[in-house]
Write a protein that binds this ligand. Structure first.
Ligand code: ADP
Length: 467
């Protein structure tokens, strides 16, 4: 009942064009419908432009320019100022959408009267814009990003000239507002960040786009630039080296015994490494060298090597070693003392995983789901990964032996145990002062609840014979 007066006027108005009296009104209606159709086309153009321009990755655009695709440089010109581009598209899109709804309201009001006209125009135009001005063109643009960005580049540039005053004004105003609210606007940030790539790798594996091995290798590549030499080096204790005054056949013997092709040569002590000799040169010179006039010396075969601090990043060192064509570098600490050596293989293993030769044992041996046997020199990061635990990383120790030693605060003996954050660490093998092997067991949740909290120092529990 309340609605009837509302429809009384429209019905009367509707009859006028039907009986052909209001010719002017029907002309207006036809013109209005044509205008709405044209505006929907424009709305589709702007919406699809937004998707095509902002979904086109930089690298693909650069490729298009390299391939001399006509129009690609115009696309680049527009994308070079993403803020201006977005304002152009938004101003254009809003002008056409609002014009469309105004025209529709005017026409529908003629036929259906004020309020009904407004309601019909609101819902009708919303439906039309959503379908034909937004979703259809946007879906098309997503699938045809490259081709569509080329097609719309020229008309978009023309729009920029046509709406120039409006665009300049809104460009200025939005920049000011962004400044006020402390935002630079997401469109001005790099098109892809490191974190985004890492997230993509994670979800890539979850979705099955990446194999597990590919995922692991990509993850390691991202970790690589945070890795320092100390984490990958062979420590001083395991270094095989020869003194400079050794005979060549002695050096060959040392290489053979140790199974290494390159050995550092030192003068006096290991803290004074002069360079490196390769077994190939030693053998070649022993057998085919010009040894007529006297003894050939080891010093003649020494190749220079790099001395690097233990805190150096491995990605930098890898580049340097490749540039200098060196396979081995000597690692020194801040006092100039030799700490160990590092080879290309040590660094490449960080990306592709452990490379084991001949009789080499696995550094981490899985006993069961909750227990592993770990060699002392294994990095804590790798132990954490293997058991899915959380021992502290990035502190003054790198290896599991370093961790045990640090927690104990003194030398430990075989059989001693540490409990830390739900993990029981048992020292399995000690040679002299060095922890060679440890067993790590993830404690059951029930058992874990009785262990000491994180903040307390871990207790070293000696076995019966100890101390
Ligand atoms: P090689 O095949 O001669 O052993 P790689 O570069 O393949 O040399 O290194 C394999 C592993 O052996 C690496 O962990 C590296 O640190 C270590 N290594 C290489 N040469 C020596 C050496 N002279 N003394 C001790 N360890 C070495």
């Amino acid at each position: 009942m309340a609605l009837s007066p509302l429809f009384a006027v429209p019905l009367a108005a509707y009859e006028v064009p039907v009986v052909g009296v209001g010719f002017d009104q029907s002309t207006v209606t036809v013109l209005g419908v044509v205008a709405i159709a044209a505006l929907i086309g424009l709305s589709a153009f702007f919406s699809s432009s937004e998707i095509a321009m902002f979904n086109l990755p930089k690298h693909r655009l650069e490729r298009m320019i390299e391939d001399d695709i006509p129009g690609a440089s115009l696309v680049k010109g527009l994308k070079d100022d993403p803020h201006r581009l977005l304002v152009t598209i938004l101003v254009g899109n809003n002008v056409v959408n609002i014009a469309m709804s105004s025209i529709a309201t005017a026409i529908l009001s003629i036929h259906f009267g004020g309020l009904a006209g407004v309601l019909l125009a609101t819902f009708g135009i919303t439906a039309l814009v959503l379908l034909f001005g937004e979703s259809v063109p946007k879906s098309y643009a997503v699938e045809n990003t490259e081709a569509w960005s080329i097609r719309i580049a020229r008309p978009l540039k023309a729009t920029e000239y046509l709406l120039f005053p409006l665009i300049v004004l809104f460009d200025y105003l939005t920049r000011q507002i962004n400044k006020l609210i402390g935002s630079t606007g997401p469109i001005e940030s790099p098109y892809v960040t490191r974190d985004e790539i890492q997230e993509m790798i994670e979800s890539g594996e979850r979705e099955g786009v990446l194999e597990e091995e590919e995922h692991e290798m990509l993850t390691r590549i991202f970790r690589f630039n945070n890795t320092i030499v100390k984490e990958v080096m062979t420590p001083r204790l395991d270094m095989t080296a020869v003194p400079k005054d050794a005979a060549i056949d002695e050096a060959i013997e040392t290489c053979i015994q140790s199974g290494h092709a390159r050995i550092p040569v030192y003068e006096g002590s290991l803290d004074n490494v002069q360079g490196v000799v390769h077994i190939r040169d030693l053998v070649r010179d022993l057998n085919y060298g010009e040894a007529d006039d006297g003894e050939l010396e080891l010093a003649d075969l020494i190749q220079p090597t790099l001395h690097v601090p233990e805190s150096k990043n491995v990605d930098e060192l890898l580049t340097e070693m490749r540039e200098n064509r060196m396979h081995m570098a000597i690692v020194i600490d801040e006092f100039g003392t030799t700490e160990g050596l590092v080879t290309m293989e040590d660094m490449i293993e960080e990306i592709i995983g452990e490379i084991l030769e001949g009789g080499e044992e696995q550094p981490i041996e899985e006993i069961d789901d909750d227990t592993v046997l770990v060699r002392g020199e294994v990095n804590i990061e790798d132990v954490n990964e293997a058991l899915d635990i959380d021992l502290p990383e990035g502190q003054e120790f790198e290896t599991i032996a370093g961790f045990i030693f640090n927690r104990a605060g003194r030398l430990v003996e075989e059989g001693e145990e540490i409990t830390y954050d739900g993990v029981r660490i048992t020292v399995e093998d000690v040679e002299n002062t060095r922890i060679m092997m440890a067993r790590l067991t993830k404690l059951e949740a029930a058992e874990g609840s009785t262990e000491e909290p994180d903040s307390e120092p871990a207790r070293v529990e000696p076995d019966e014979n100890d101390e």
